[in-house]
Design a protein around this ligand. Sequence first.
Ligand code: MD6
Ligand code: FE
Length: 202
Amino acid sequence: MSSPLRVKGFQIFAEYLDRAACDALVHDLRDVARVAPFRVPVTPSGKVMSVRMTSAGRVGWITDQKGYRYESVQPSGAPWPPVPVRLLELWRDVTGLTRDPDCCLVNYYGEGAKMGLHQDKDEGDFDWPVVSVSLGDEALFRMGNPTRGGSTDSVWLKSGDVVVMGGAARLAYHGIDRVRFGSSNLLKDGGRINVTLRVVAG
Ligand code: MD6
Ligand code: FE
């Protein structure tokens, strides 16, 4: 593992996964989506998000009219599928931690999808990092500060890139401005998958 690029406290491991490893993860995530189908998330204020979302792990991240939260079951009442072992190995490798993540949040970006600047703050204990894995089309990732406003830096995340958000950057604002739809042939119908691995206290 080569040393990461550091941007505003975010650690970016470019090309952490090769093509074969990306293919293997897509295979694992198709298994996840068979058990926990992608859904259209709606924010507490009623806005329909442009990504499609599902989870694996002890808990999954949910948003609906009642708020943002982690739930131990899917909206259907079924449990979430387990976090794919290859993602647990990736987490252990990039973080050096022996505590495994509780949630693997999976976002799919189709044509035109994006994600506004946000903080990841529903986990209850911000001493643990969040690890993100990008698969498929390139995306413009914007990184800001622990409070709204101020300067931002952007990088194009490519398939196989891994980002670790920890330490002072753990609560930094970040988002996806746009995706270059069709820039990768990893996913047969195009688009981008982003996986985030999180420890969820409680
Ligand atoms: C994305 N990522 O890359 C959105 N969150 O599609 C995130 O929101 C994110 O990349 C926490 C840590 C790293 C991330
Ligand atoms: Fe995030």
